[in-house]
Ligand binder design. Structure first.
Ligand code: 4NP
Length: 161
């Protein structure tokens, strides 16, 4: 492990949930003055939206809460990502299964975790907001924001940051 800790957020399209996690966690890490210590990225298991900016509904909901996602661009998860990142944090169990399909070495399995496992709440998955209404985007932010705050506390503890 390099002296930089690296975190990759993964969802299906990389236009709603994982860019939100990327943007929120980036904000929290910058606020903590740890941008040079923690590397952050996001990716999708699917390829349909590669090259696109985050979904406009997701961007608007995030911006209203103070998180600017406009600089992010969707990309597809690659098998090499499982070597390049220390933490691969997925939004739901389907993402988890899809990422696990790319695993080539057993130790890569240990990097893969549901993002919401950092939350004490009973909700274990970030619901896909793509085909739903406005409240789905708010829920993504609520769940992801809470988990990202706890993730940062955990990383600071585990890596002495
Ligand atoms: P995401 O949401 O996985 O949170 O980026 C989705 C975006 C697009 C699609 C599904 C989910 N889609 O089917 O195109």
């Amino acid at each position: 492990m390099s002296n930089q800790v690296s975190v990759l957020f993964v969802c299906l399209g990389n236009i709603c949930r994982s860019p939100t996690a990327d943007g929120i966690f980036r904000y929290l890490v910058e606020e903590a003055g740890l941008s040079d210590k923690i590397r952050i990225d996001s990716a999708g298991t699917g390829e349909w939206h590669v090259g696109k900016a985050p979904d406009e509904r997701m961007q608007a909901a995030a911006l209203a809460r103070g998180y600017d996602l406009s600089g992010l661009t969707a990309r597809q998860l690659q098998p090499e990502d499982l070597d390049a990142f220390d933490y691969v944090l997925v939004m739901d169990k389907q993402n988890q299964a899809d990422v696990e399909d790319l695993v080539s070495e057993l130790e890569q399995m240990d990097k893969i975790r549901l993002l919401l496992s950092f939350n004490p709440s009973a909700i274990t998955e970030v619901p896909d907001p793509y085909y739903g209404g406005e409240s789905g985007f708010q829920q993504v932010i609520d769940l992801v924001e809470s988990a990202c705050k706890r993730l940062l506390v955990q990383l600071r503890k585990s890596h002495d940051l």
